[in-house]
Ligand binder design. Structure first.
Ligand code: ADP
Ligand code: ZN
Ligand code: ZN
Length: 814
C-alpha cells in the first residue's frame, strides 16, 4: 500500500454543470463514502459538496485537498448516484443542486458547529502570545461552548472563520458538530397487559376485577381505553403493576389528522379483479424492471392492490416507495398504509418541519423502515433494494415541480425503477394520456379494475346545458332547477352535498361600467379577483391586494361590476337558498390557518356540515360516505385554457370529483353544469368512459404532433424590463434558428415555436416570453438544447436582468 492520496469525485451545489476531483488523505479514506457531504476549497471559498465516489480524473494539475467530512453516515446510498446523474443530464440541471434539492432542507443550518475550550487552552492563555481577540474568545468559551455567531454577538465583533481554524489547529479550542432544532417528539401511549394468565380472579373486586377481565379478554389494551371503561383506571393500573400482575409499556401511536387513532385493519378478501392484478404484479417482483399502469375506476380498490403488493415486497425483504399527490392533509392512502403496516413506515411531505423531515430521512437511511410514503420529493428517499415503486393518482399535476429543478416525480419514478432493476406501478382512475400511450406502445403493461368494490354502482351523471339557463337572474342563476331540486332532495334525506367550482374568491372579473376596463393587478397582466370576506381585490398570481372600495385605474370611476363566479359567491348564494343548512367552504382562502382543513373535514365527517363548496381541493382523495350528491357548478373553467392539456385536465378533474359521490352504501348522483354539453371531455366524463376520451384526445395529439407523439422543451425567458426581455427572447430565437440550420440532423427533427409572448404576459412584474422546442426524437432534442445552453447561448443578456430557464417536458405552459 502506498500513502498516495486517493481522489474523490465531488458534486458542488452551485450553477456548474460538471463535477470536481479532490484529493483525500489516507487517514480520512475510511470516512470518504459516497453520499456524504464534504467541505472543499472552491475558488476562494469553502463550500459543502457531495461525494459521488472515487474519481479517475486524476490527471489535472493542482488537485486540491478536501477540508473536512462532516457526516458520520452517508445521506444517501451510493446506488442513487446514477439516478442523480440521470436527472442532472435529462433536466439539464447542475448535479450538485439536484442532490441538494433532494436532501432534507436546512441540513446545513440544522448542522451547527460548536466551539469548546480545549484543555490546552488554559495554560496557553498565560504563556503563549495570544492576540487580544483570541484571549477574549477563550474567555467567553470558559463559561461554556458556543457557536461562532454567539461569539460574535457576545464580543460585538466580527470573528473570521480562519481565526477559529488557527486556534483549533493550535489545540486551544475544539470544534464539534451537533444537530440542533426541530426534532419532533413522537406521540407515545401506554399499553397494559397481563403478566400471567392464571391470576385467580376472586382475589379482586369491582374496578380491579374489571381491568383484569378486560385484559384477559382483549389482550394488550391502551390505558386511554381502560380509562373509558373504568373510572380512575390509572390508580388501579398503578396498584396492579406494583403487585406484579400487569405490565405497562409505552408504544408509539400514529393518529390520523381527524383525531381518531388509526386502528390496525384486517386485509379483506380480494375481489377476482384485484386478485388477478396482484398476482400479475407479484409474479414480476425481483425479476428486473417492469412498468405497470393500474387503471381502475374510482372506488375499485386500487389502494388494496398497493397494500397487497407492498406486503409481498416487504415479506421478500424489499423496501417499498409510495408516492401520493401533494394535498393539504394526510392522504387516505397514507392512512391506510399506516393501518396495515404501523411502525415500519416513514413519511416525507411538505407539512413536515425540517427537523421532522430530517428524522424521517435518517430512519430511512439507517434502514429502520421498509416503506416510505410521501409526495413528489419522496422519490429522492434514500432507500435501497427497492421491490416496487408505487405512484398513486399518477395523472396528478402536483408530481410536476415548478421552479428549481423542474422534474416530474411520476416520470423519474419509472427511471429510478429502471436504474434499480425493479417494478414501477402507476395507478389512476384517470390515467394521463402519456401513460396510456405508453401502454399502447408496450412500454407499460396495463392492469385494469373495471368495477367498484362490492358491486357499488358508479354515480349517475346528469349534464345540464347552462346555455339554456341564460335567462335566469339573481342568486338562482348558477343553480339550474335540476341541481336545486336534487340538492333539496338530498338534504331532506339527511345526506350531504358537495359543490365543486374550480375558482376561489367571490368574482374573478371586475369590470368598470364607466369605461369598460377590467380591473387588473398592478404587477401582472391578469384581472383581479374580488374576495368579499377579506374586503379586497386580490391577484392569484403574485399576492397583490387592494381595498375593495377601489376605483378604476383608467377613468377613476367607482362603479365597478363584479362579474364572474367564485366559491365565495356560491357559498353566499347557498345561505340565501338554503337558509337552514350549514355550509362550509374548502379552498385556499379558508385553509390558510393551521388546522383549518382539519376542522372543515371533521365537521363534514360528523355530519355537522350539510353542503361543502370547494375548489379542486375537494377532488383529492377524500372518502365521505354520506356525500350522495356532487354538483359541478361550471365544468368548463379549465377547458378553454390555451394549453394542449386543457381537455385532459378537464376530463380528469370532472371524473375525479364525480368519483366523490356515492362511496358509501347509498348510490351517488352527479349534476354537471356546462356551456359545452357536447364536448368530448364532458361526454366521456358523463359516461365514465375513459377509453372514449383517450381515443379522441390521442388523435388530436397525433394530428398536431403534440406529446406523447413528440417531446417538448420550453425556454422560459423573463425579465423586469419589457423591451429587454423581448429583445433577449428574439436573440435566443435567432441562436436557436442558426443552430438548427447548421446541422441537418437537427433541422430534420426539431421544430422551433416562437419566441412568443407567454399567454400570461406579465406576472409579478416580470415580462414573460417563451420558445417551445418540439421534436419526435428525445435524444436529438436534448442534444440540441445541450448545445444551445452550454455552447451557444449567453447565460444572461448583456445587462444581466433577463433570465432563461429550461423546462424539460413542461406542464404549466402559460
Ligand atoms: P380506489 O383507490 O380505487 O378509489 P379504494 O381502494 O379506496 O378504491 O377502495 C374503495 C373502498 O372499498 C374502500 O373503502 C376499501 O376499503 C374497500 N375495499 C377495497 N378492496 C376491498 C375488498 N376486496 N373487499 C371489500 N372491500 C374492499
Ligand atoms: Zn373605468
Ligand atoms: Zn399579480
Amino acid at each position: 500500500m502506498t500513502d498516495a492520496p486517493r481522489h474523490i469525485e465531488v458534486a458542488i451545489p452551485l450553477p456548474v454543470f460538471h463535477t470536481y476531483t479532490y484529493k483525500i488523505q489516507k487517514n480520512r479514506l475510511t470516512f470518504a463514502f459516497a453520499g456524504k457531504r464534504v467541505l472543499v476549497p472552491f475558488g476562494r471559498r469553502r463550500v459543502t459538496g457531495y461525494i459521488l465516489g472515487e474519481s479517475d480524473a486524476t490527471d489535472y494539475p493542482n488537485i486540491k485537498n478536501i477540508l473536512d467530512i462532516p457526516d458520520e453516515r452517508p445521506l444517501f446510498p451510493p446506488s442513487m448516484v446514477p439516478f442523480f446523474r440521470w436527472i442532472a443530464d435529462y433536466y439539464m440541471h447542475p448535479i450538485g443542486e439536484v442532490i441538494k434539492g433532494a436532501l432534507p432542507g436546512n441540513l446545513n443550518q440544522v448542522d451547527q458547529v460548536i466551539f469548546n475550550k480545549a484543555d490546552k487552552g488554559e495554560k496557553d492563555i498565560v504563556e503563549a502570545s495570544l492576540s487580544p481577540l483570541q484571549k477574549d474568545i477563550l474567555n467567553v468559551l470558559e463559561s461554556g461552548p458556543g457557536t461562532l455567531k454567539k461569539l460574535c454577538r457576545t464580543l460585538e465583533k466580527k470573528i473570521p472563520v480562519s481565526l477559529m481554524y488557527t486556534m483549533e489547529k493550535k489545540g486551544w479550542i475544539n470544534k464539534n458538530r451537533v444537530l440542533t432544532g426541530g426534532t419532533a417528539k413522537p406521540v407515545m401511549e401506554a399499553y397494559v397487559s397481563l403478566i400471567r394468565s392464571d391470576i385467580p380472579r376472586d382475589r379482586f373486586f369491582h374496578h380491579r376485577k374489571k381491568i383484569i377481565d378486560v385484559l384477559a379478554l382483549r389482550g394488550t389494551t391502551a390505558t386511554s381505553e381502560l380509562k373509558l371503561m373504568v373510572p380512575d383506571a390509572v390508580g388501579y393500573i398503578h396498584y396492579l403493576k406494583e403487585k406484579g400482575y400487569i405490565s405497562v409499556s409505552k408504544k408509539r401511536v400514529y393518529r390520523d389528522p381527524l383525531g381518531s387513532p388509526i386502528e390496525p385493519d384486517t386485509p379483506p378478501v380480494l375481489t377476482n379483479e384485484q386478485q388477478h392484478v396482484v398476482t400479475e404484479i407479484i409474479s414480476s417482483m425481483g425479476k428486473g424492471f417492469s412498468a405497470f399502469l393500474l387503471a381502475g375506476v374510482t372506488g375499485s380498490g386500487k389502494t388494496e392492490v398497493y397494500l397487497r403488493v407492498t406486503a409481498e415486497a416487504v415479506n421478500k425483504g424489499f423496501t417499498v416507495l409510495v408516492l401520493v399527490p401533494e394535498i393539504a392533509l394526510i392522504s387516505q392512502t397514507e392512512r391506510r398504509f399506516r393501518a396495515r403496516f404501523g411502525e415500519c413506515i416513514a413519511v416525507l411531505h411538505s407539512n413536515l418541519s425540517s427537523g421532522e423531515r430530517y428524522d424521517q430521512w435518517t430512519r430511512i437511511e439507517q434502514k429502520k423502515v421498509r416503506i416510505v410514503i410521501g409526495a413528489r420529493s419522496a422519490i429522492f428517499a434514500p432507500v435501497e433494494n427497492i421491490g416496487i415503486i408505487i405512484v398513486d393518482e399518477e395523472h396528478d399535476a402536483s408530481y410536476k415541480q415548478e421552479g428549481g429543478l423542474r422534474y416530474n416525480a411520476r416520470d423519474i419514478a419509472v427511471v429510478r425503477a429502471k436504474l434499480d432493476n425493479t417494478i414501477a406501478l402507476l395507478g389512476s382512475a384517470t390515467p394521463s394520456i402519456q401513460s396510456s400511450y405508453n401502454v399502447s406502445v408496450n412500454k407499460f403493461v396495463e392492469l385494469k379494475l373495471k368495477n367498484r368494490v362490492n358491486k357499488r354502482p358508479l354515480p349517475e351523471i346528469t349534464v345540464i346545458d347552462l346555455g339554456k339557463h341564460r335567462d335566469k337572474r339573481g342568486i338562482r342563476r348558477f343553480f339550474s332547477p335540476e341541481l336545486y331540486q336534487a340538492m333539496k332532495e338530498t338534504l331532506d334525506r339527511g345526506e350531504q352535498v358537495l359543490l365543486f367550482l374550480n375558482r376561489r374568491g367571490f368574482a374573478g372579473f371586475p369590470v368598470c361600467t364607466a369605461c369598460g376596463e377590467t380591473l387588473k393587478c398592478k404587477n401582472c397582466d391578469i384581472s383581479l379577483t374580488l374576495h368579499k370576506n377579506a374586503n379586497a381585490y386580490k391577484c392569484h398570481f403574485c399576492g397583490f391586494s387592494m381595498a375593495s372600495v377601489s376605483t378604476c385605474r383608467s377613468c377613476g370611476s367607482s362603479s365597478i361590476k363584479n362579474l364572474g363566479l367564485g366559491t365565495e359567491k356560491v357559498e353566499e348564494a347557498l345561505k340565501k337558498l338554503f337558509p337552514d343548512t350549514i355550509t362550509a367552504r374548502l379552498d385556499r382562502d379558508t385553509t390558510t390557518r393551521k388546522g383549518s382543513v382539519l376542522k372543515i373535514l371533521k365537521n363534514l365527517k360528523n355530519n355537522s356540515t350539510d353542503i361543502l363548496v370547494g375548489t379542486q381541493m375537494v377532488t383529492k382523495g377524500h372518502d365521505f360516505p354520506n356525500i350522495t350528491l356532487v354538483g359541478i357548478i361550471c365544468a368548463d373553467l379549465s377547458l378553454n385554457f390555451p394549453d394542449f392539456r386543457a381537455c385532459e385536465r378537464t376530463f380528469q378533474l370532472l371524473a375525479q370529483v364525480a368519483g366523490r359521490a356515492g362511496r358509501g352504501s347509498v348510490p351517488g348522483r352527479v349534476i354537471m353544469q356546462t356551456y359545452n354539453p357536447n364536448h368530448y371531455s364532458i361526454l366521456a366524463a358523463k359516461e365514465h368512459d375513459y377509453s372514449a376520451f383517450f381515443n379522441k384526445e390521442i388523435n388530436f395529439r397525433k394530428a398536431l404532433n403534440y406529446p406523447p407523439f413528440s417531446r417538448m422543451i420550453q425556454l422560459k425567458i423573463s425579465g423586469k424590463d419589457k423591451t429587454q426581455t423581448k429583445n433577449h427572447a428574439h436573440i435566443i430565437g435567432k441562436i436557436c434558428g442558426r443552430l438548427l440550420k447548421r446541422h441537418t440532423h437537427f433541422s430534420k427533427s426539431i421544430d422551433i415555436l416562437g419566441p412568443i409572448e407567454a399567454p400570461l404576459l406579465k406576472i409579478a412584474n416580470h415580462y414573460r416570453w417563451q420558445i417551445l422546442l418540439k421534436g419526435k426524437d428525445t435524444v436529438r432534442l436534448h442534444e440540441f438544447v445541450h448545445q444551445l445552453i452550454f455552447k451557444n447561448m449567453p447565460k444572461k443578456n448583456q445587462s444581466g436582468n433577463v433570465r432563461v430557464v429550461v423546462d424539460v417536458d413542461p406542464f404549466f405552459m402559460m
